[in-house]
Ligand binder design. Structure first.
Ligand SMILES: *[C@@H]1O[C@H](CO)[C@@H](O)[C@H](O)[C@H]1NC(C)=O
Ligand SMILES: *[C@@H]1O[C@H](CO)[C@@H](O)[C@H](O)[C@H]1NC(C)=O
Ligand SMILES: *[C@@H]1O[C@H](CO)[C@@H](O)[C@H](O)[C@H]1NC(C)=O
Length: 483
């Protein structure tokens, strides 16, 4: 035997060994990690800049195909929009005006509705309901395309409620900025917006969030580039009951309070444990941000929230990795350990890799969708509201089940070497139909395939399998599956 034939034989044995070493995931049919509420995005800055762009609304909030700069994009179908109640206004009140951080980015100044402390009555001249029309318009465009869950959130109280009159935070950033005599005013502000929306704008806020990363110490009015405000946990615990009471007195008893949008899972655990039973009793949902990425005790936060009967959302996630690699590993960690019932990206349109679509909120230019956009589409277009989230059976698999159509969705990623991945559906009472087609979609993390559809995968008995190149995410839809 020639040496190169020997090498070839060795190589084919190695390939064979590789194939039989492939991993099998048993989807856990008996599991239930909650009913999926949806996928979302925060509006705020990008919607202030681009709120009149119907094509962007189509791309983010519909499931249709939209052409953007001659690129055809499959819509993400996001159904949750977080609307940011602004904290800025340019009027003077008894000679007092807003203080602005020298580093403030002007496109991050969100205009607020409550102009002065003269009147709490929203029909008076103390309120201007015409400001911030772009952000509102994007919310309505989202609603027209099927978005059905809206959250009102605040980055800072109105500037005039703050000790230093600066909506970027206290001087230094480590102390509270909401004046102690304005705790109720902050609650009135948010409740009045929620009420006005239900009466005049044609939608109702599902939830109201009075804080944004409140325990963090970086909301510094002297250097801030955006709106922000530190709240000690005791202050959060004081404001929350005011908010509950102001919502109730306006008849908004079914609007829930979410809290506290802390920056990390671990801070959220600390806040949860320190809020106290009164405030916690008024909280309908725990919102947490995903900025701890690969770290933090997601499992602890889930135990606390589920133990107290609260829903749990990852209400804000973002990073600058346009490849989608960071997003998918953190999203999988969320599914496996945090078990949120919704997942919300921060700014859909942004520069420096942060956006799902690249864009510039100053020059109002829009670039291309990033690879991260297509990675996220593998999830958002298939795991839909109302589905039951199942245990995927491994740290690289997410599964969701739609009882009304008897459809099983599986999303899996292969971060290692190329291999076949097997999916075992034997725990289901009916695991699809032997020989039936399993539709497949594929996106290469980094660059390459962008949500490409294939019809080449079939059920064999109670299993199916698919070849995964390295760094590939794939989605499968299996029909005729019964729990
Ligand atoms: C627009 O957004 C980008 C990305 O966040 C940021 O770098 C830039 O400063 C923003 N411009 C303004 C004026 O907000
Ligand atoms: C799953 O866990 C293994 C072993 O810890 C690790 O090598 C792999 O990267 C993880 N996969 C994902 C998708 O996180
Ligand atoms: C795969 O088959 C389905 C169902 O027959 C069909 O709707 C879809 O267009 C096909 N996709 C591809 C990529 O051929």
């Amino acid at each position: 035997m020639h040496l190169h034939s020997l090498l070839a034989l060795t190589f084919s044995i190695a390939r064979f060994v590789l194939v039989i070493a492939d991993e099998t995931t048993v989807i856990n049919a008996a599991s239930n990690w909650g009913t999926w509420e949806g996928w979302g995005v925060s509006l705020a800055w990008w919607a202030k800049a681009f709120g009149n762009r119907d094509d962007l609304a189509d791309i983010f909030f519909s499931l249709g195909e939209t052409s953007l700069n001659s690129q055809s994009l499959p819509g993400l179908g996001l159904n949750i929009a977080r609307y940011n109640a602004g904290a800025c206004s340019s009027n003077s009140i008894s000679g007092e005006t807003m203080v602005v951080s020298p580093d403030m980015i002007l496109s991050r100044q969100m205009q607020g509705y409550w102009l002065d402390w003269d009147s709490t009555d929203p029909s008076t001249a103390s309120w201007d309901w015409a400001v911030d029309s772009n952000q509102r318009n994007m919310l309505l465009l989202a609603k027209d395309r099927g978005a059905n869950i809206f959250e009102l959130f605040s980055n800072s109280p109105m500037w005039w409620m703050c000790y230093n009159h600066n909506p970027s935070g206290s001087n230094g950033g480590t102390s509270d900025n909401l004046q102690s005599w304005n705790y109720d005013q902050h609650a009135i502000y948010l409740a009045a917006i929620a009420k006005y929306a239900s009466q005049n704008w044609g939608f109702s806020f599902t939830s109201i969030e009075a804080f944004n990363e409140p325990s963090s110490a970086w909301w510094n009015g002297e250097t801030g580039t955006q709106e922000g405000c530190h709240f000690n946990v005791a202050t959060q615990a004081a404001v929350i009951p005011y908010l509950r009471s102001e919502l109730n007195s306006r008849g908004l008893t079914s609007a829930i309070i979410s809290a506290s949008d802390e920056n990390t899972y671990d801070i959220a655990v600390t806040t949860f444990n320190s809020l106290g039973s009164t405030a916690l009793g008024d909280v309908g949902r725990i919102n947490v941000h995903g900025y701890q990425y690969g770290g933090g005790r997601r499992d602890t936060l889930y135990s606390l929230a589920s133990g107290a009967g609260k829903k749990l959302w990852n209400s804000e996630y973002g990073e600058s990795d346009a490849t989608g690699g960071q997003l998918i590993s953190n999203l999988l960690l969320d599914f496996v350990w945090l078990h949120p019932t919704a997942w919300v990206y921060w700014q859909a349109l942004d520069s420096g890799g942060w956006g799902l679509v690249d864009g510039d909120n100053d020059s109002l230019t829009v670039g291309a969708a990033s690879q991260k956009y297509f990675v996220l589409a593998q999830f958002t277009r298939h795991i839909r509201p109302g589905m039951r989230i199942l245990g995927g059976g491994s740290n690289y698999t997410v599964a969701a089940y739609d009882a009304s159509t008897e459809k099983l969705v599986i999303v899996a990623v292969n971060l290692g070497s190329a291999q076949y991945l097997n999916f075992d559906l034997s725990e289901f009472s009916q695991s699809g139909v032997n020989g039936a087609l399993v539709q497949r979609w594929s996106t290469q993390i980094g660059s390459g395939n962008q949500y490409v559809a294939y019809n080449d995968t079939y059920i064999s008995g109670t299993k199916f399998w698919s070849y995964f190149g390295s760094n590939i995410v794939q989605t499968f839809e299996v029909n005729n599956v019964v729990l």
